[in-house]
Design a protein around this ligand. Structure first.
Ligand code: SF4
Length: 122
């Protein structure tokens, strides 16, 4: 696995991740969720399908996770940035996953960003 240390915090660089790198990051996120948010990945009706909100917004999440630690906000502020561009949110601002509590990002924001950050430091 090639190092991800080339990422410097710009979304355009994150978007240059190879398919292999994207798979590696998603695998790390799945592993982190399995331990930190087990109901998301196992025995939950949201199940693996709900992680699509993570994959759909992966470039933006990598950009956020690559910010200097003093600029990190692993909480509601992340969703303020992600949701407007997320394909699951309608132009009117509604999100069917958010409304039924099945957005993995909303439920486990910190775990997702911690997993990305851990991969970037490898
Ligand atoms: S709450 Fe909805 S719009 Fe926001 S990240 Fe999750 S799926 Fe996307």
């Amino acid at each position: 696995m090639a190092s991800l240390t080339f990422m410097t915090g710009r979304a355009e660089e994150a978007a240059r991740l190879s398919s292999e790198q994207r798979l590696h990051v998603m695998q790390a996120i799945r592993q982190k969720l399995a331990t930190d948010c087990p109901t998301v990945m196992k025995g939950d009706p949201a199940g693996a399908g709900a992680i699509s909100s993570v994959e759909q917004n992966l470039d933006e999440l990598i950009e956020i996770a690559s910010r200097p630690s003093e600029n990190r906000c692993w909480s509601a502020g992340v969703l303020d940035e992600i949701c407007p561009a997320c394909p699951n949110q309608s132009p009117s601002g509604n999100c069917p996953l958010r409304e039924i509590g099945h957005c993995v990002l909303r439920r486990c924001t910190g775990a997702v960003l911690d997993a990305i950050s851990d991969v970037m430091m490898q």
